[in-house]
Design a protein around this ligand. Sequence first.
Ligand SMILES: NC(=O)C1=CN([C@@H]2O[C@H](COP(=O)(O)OP(=O)(O)OC[C@H]3O[C@@H](n4cnc5c(N)ncnc54)[C@H](OP(=O)(O)O)[C@@H]3O)[C@@H](O)[C@H]2O)C=CC1
Ligand SMILES: O=C([O-])CC(=O)C(=O)O
Length: 439
Amino acid sequence: MAVAEISPSSYAKTLHSDLSSKPSNPLRARTSRCRSAALPPRPAPTIRCSVAPNQVQTLVSPAVPTGAASKRECFGVFCTTYDLKADEKTKSWKSLINIAVSGAAGMISNHLLFKLASGEVFGPDQPITLKLLGSERSFQALEGVAMELEDSLYPLLREVSIGINPYEVFQDVEWALLIGAKPRGPGMERAGLLDINGQIFAEQGKALNAVASRNVKVIVVGNPCNTNALICLKNAPNIPAKNFHALTRLDENRAKCQLALKAGVFYDRVSNVTIWGNHSTTQVPDFLNAKINGIPVKEVIKDTKWLEKDFTENVQKRGGVLIQKWGRSSAASTAVSVVDAIRSLIIPTPEGDWFSSGVYTNGNPYGIAEDIVFSMPCRSDGNGDYELVKDVVIDDYLRGRIKKSEAELLAEKRCVAHLTGEGNAYCDLPEDTMLPGEQ
Ligand SMILES: NC(=O)C1=CN([C@@H]2O[C@H](COP(=O)(O)OP(=O)(O)OC[C@H]3O[C@@H](n4cnc5c(N)ncnc54)[C@H](OP(=O)(O)O)[C@@H]3O)[C@@H](O)[C@H]2O)C=CC1
Ligand SMILES: O=C([O-])CC(=O)C(=O)O
């Protein structure tokens, strides 16, 4: 690594030191983060960066940057000056919110970012900032993604920044969608994946703890997502553990689709579907409490053998079947399920229904081991928070299956003890432990 001095004006990404650090009044007259028209021109600051000679020059902060709050980056057209208040159309808009997305140059993000920017996630009156986290490896691709966002002319997308340092990218974020993770390659042990990805999520947890909004909502998508979410929350002690989610909404959606197919109804007739446990092949799609047209599934689909075997396995292994056919893991449907997961937290849950999310187990009413991240049924008032649903039935079949997924997650937790501050790791994963995408 060479250390080079670059002037921000020599590069499209510009570091900003001239604006207030707090987005506390996000409908502020938004002056450019590159250069404020209201302020006298300043000499361009010199920024010290670490760059390899043949790499795109990248602005890098120290691990815990001093004065990081005053440093901002923007991308291209998003550096231009505007004033939300002055624009008639924007007067009824809500306050700007900051959303961070990691793995932003990856497949899932390529679908998700455009949904976020279009307004279909947070609503047509919600302007947003997108803060894209990548790596040196993906930096050029990240620029390409940002260029596509520019060219899409989304009115609600007010700011885009790109970076490779989570301590900068997570500054003041209200939502962190953590997608980036190393996929498990041929010959790689699950324990190895847990360690490599766990380190990513330990670092990102620390960064969130240091610089994100104190009430940031975190959705972990990168696999193994339950244990990554646990690592993340353990490294962010100043953020409520309740704010961390592991994405199991894709599994819920897959289960709804299978039940609808079997019952010959459209999938909007299926409700109250819980995915219990790990986002892995031990997950438990719950047909006992699920309903079709408001009637218990078991009264509509009387084929118990199908429910216990075919339905359950179809959902558990759907990711793997899709990889075999498509040649890559679910990206579009995963992005859709991230949208569903967010909307379930910002829109009140319909009366009598619930949604699934991998959440922290402390205080759960189901007897599931504490201190893991486990998918369970949740309801929300639409304020970003949730409560666990109490009125669910757990029979012996369900209990046995839940126990198996719980055992898997406890074993995963032991593998990452060195990343959660709980001593030495000891990895004894069950033989059949697999991600949904593995067969
Ligand atoms: N929970 C769920 O329901 C689902 C979860 N997933 C998981 O989501 C994650 C992302 O999937 P997808 O977007 O399709 O994957 P991609 O391979 O398209 O993108 C993943 C991104 O992860 C980043 N990454 C971070 N660390 C590494 C590393 N050490 N090696 C390689 N890449 C790394 C890369 O970005 P960069 O170089 O910028 O770091 C890359 O762009 C995966 O972990 C996948 O298993 C997928 C489907 C469903
Ligand atoms: O295993 C993977 O990477 C894909 C995955 O999570 C899924 O499709 O549910």
